[in-house]
Write a protein of this length. Structure first.
Length: 113
């Protein structure tokens, strides 16, 4: 099953959702600002994406700049920051069969379809 971690207020996330809708495949939408992923779920997603936790952080968010920028943080501390402040999670994230992509640009999603 395909799953998209989606923020309806984000244009890039809406574009990613549109790619999935046009694919004709079944998928599940997770509105991650409402259904906040757990630390374990984020660790799993990061593994599927093949990236470091820092690569999943939206570094231009005010909460990052005000509370975390310039600090030396462990991977666990970065994941905790994303759980406590889900706006920090890059979007959209699309996963399928233990593989994932950050859908920026949305064409990247096609590599999973």
């Amino acid at each position: 099953m395909i799953k998209i971690y989606h923020n309806p207020r984000c244009r890039k996330s809406r574009e990613g959702l549109e790619v999935l809708e046009k694919s004709g495949q079944e998928f599940e939408v997770v509105k991650y600002l409402e259904e906040i992923p757990s630390k374990e779920e984020l660790k799993t997603l990061i593994g599927y994406l093949g990236i470091t936790p820092m690569e999943l952080v939206r570094k231009n968010e005010a909460v990052w700049k005000e509370n975390y920028k310039g600090k030396t943080l462990s991977d666990d501390e970065i994941i905790t920051a994303m759980v406590e402040n889900p706006k920090l999670i890059e979007r959209p994230i699309v996963v399928k069969d233990k593989k994932g992509v950050i859908g920026r640009p949305s064409e990247k999603i096609n590599t999973l379809l």
